[in-house]
Design a protein around this ligand. Structure first.
Ligand SMILES: *Cc1c(COP(=O)(O)O)cnc(C)c1O
Length: 361
């Protein structure tokens, strides 16, 4: 059996470290916003070549808090790709604003820079870019549009830890960037966790207040805040794993390169371009017979996933907002995409078996 992913195997290399550091944590008895959160924030800001990192409870909250911190007029419009994971869209709604969906480029699966300008209205205040599957968005034209129209850029980096565009890290292009450390992400905690990174000291202070009931010091509340603190234990686990993130990415890139070199031309493969350092949080292929391939692989004991089976505009939850709108490119991607095993738990032998099975389809 080759599972799509195996999280206990993913975390196996760190077990001994987790255990010894967890014992120290038990001895210390400090559970909320302690040394581990502080240390991880410093380490993760440094990893991303950014000045500040604020740990929060999960990736969705990272995006919501980032939007709140901007204090946009109520009902502002924020542009977001039509094929993203639903969390990006939901974050805009929870923050009190209106998501305006823009179609992706079918070759990159990321927001199509040529379609952004048409979606801008006087109410547009920000663009939320999502570096989907671990490939950065085409940032040069997006930065140009944002600059021309005075829009903020918020980056959803939940799938792009360590990805680069023209040598520059994902998470360094916008005013703030939200990360998720959901267990299956390339840098995954052992539970929920997230973070916002920024270079702006005032936004960093604001985010630290918002995540902690709007207070700097205990019992002095300056704004109506929220409770979304990064858990101390998760920060400890993340601190242990972060030094291995580049190795994890290299491993996944090696597995991806096997697929890219060997899969035959019946499959649409992710594009590769020298401007992009892709980290393959998800390695996807596309095929009109996606469902049949998924079943065929399952019979051969090979697990796959679909990211995502239903386009956001087709979700029941979004009906009130998007039912009348049509997003043919997003729908095409959602009906043909298939995610293949490409995790740090997989060996090259595993991937060779998947390749041989797929090429025989
Ligand atoms: C995982 C993910 C999120 C949300 O992260 P959580 O930690 O699950 O809240 C947001 N955006 C994208 C693109 C994601 O993949």
């Amino acid at each position: 059996m080759i599972p799509y992913d195996n999280l206990s195997k993913v975390n196996e290399p760190y077990t001994l470290l987790f255990q010894s550091r967890f014992n120290q944590f038990l001895d210390k008895g400090w559970y909320i916003l302690g040394e581990e959160v502080k240390k991880f924030q410093e380490d993760f800001a440094h990893y991303n070549q950014m000045n500040y990192c604020v740990g929060v409870a999960n990736g969705l909250d990272a995006l919501i808090l980032a939007i709140w911190a901007l204090h946009l007029p109520k009902g502002s419009e924020i542009i977001v790709p039509s094929n993203t994971y639903i969390a990006s869209i939901i974050s805009i709604i929870h923050a009190g604003h209106k998501p305006v969906l823009v179609e992706p480029d079918i070759r990159t699966y990321n927001i199509d820079p040529n379609k952004i300008a048409d979606a801008i209205t006087p109410k547009t205040k920000a663009i939320m870019v999502v570096h989907l599957y671990g490939k950065c968005c085409e940032m040069d034209p997006i930065l140009e549009i944002a600059d021309k129209h005075g829009l903020h850029i918020i980056e959803d980096c939940a799938q792009s830890h360590g990805a680069k565009y023209k040598g520059r890290m994902a998470g360094t292009f916008g005013i703030m960037s939200g990360f998720s450390f959901y267990p299956s992400k390339s840098l995954g905690a052992l539970g929920d966790a997230g973070a916002v990174v920024t270079n702006d000291p005032a936004l960093c202070e604001e985010l630290k207040m918002i995540r902690n009931y709007g207070s700097h010091g205990k019992y002095y509340n300056e704004v109506v805040g929220y409770n979304s603190r990064l858990d101390e234990v998760q920060a400890l686990f993340l601190e242990i794993k972060l030094p291995y993130l580049d190795k994890i990415n290299e491993h996944k890139r090696k597995l991806a390169s096997m697929y890219l070199e060997q899969l035959n031309d019946q499959f649409v493969l992710p594009i590769v371009h020298p401007d992009y350092f892709d980290v393959y949080h998800i390695f996807n292929i596309r095929h009109p017979k996606r469902d049949a391939i998924k079943e065929y692989l399952l019979k051969l004991d090979i697990g796959t996933e679909i990211h995502y089976p239903v386009a956001p505009n087709k979700q029941k939850a979004m009906a009130y907002l998007l039912a009348k709108k049509s997003f043919p490119i997003a729908e095409e991607i959602h009906s043909t995409t298939l995610s293949l095993p490409c995790s740090s738990c997989h060996t090259e032998t595993d991937i060779q078996m998947v390749i041989d099975a797929l090429n025989a389809f």
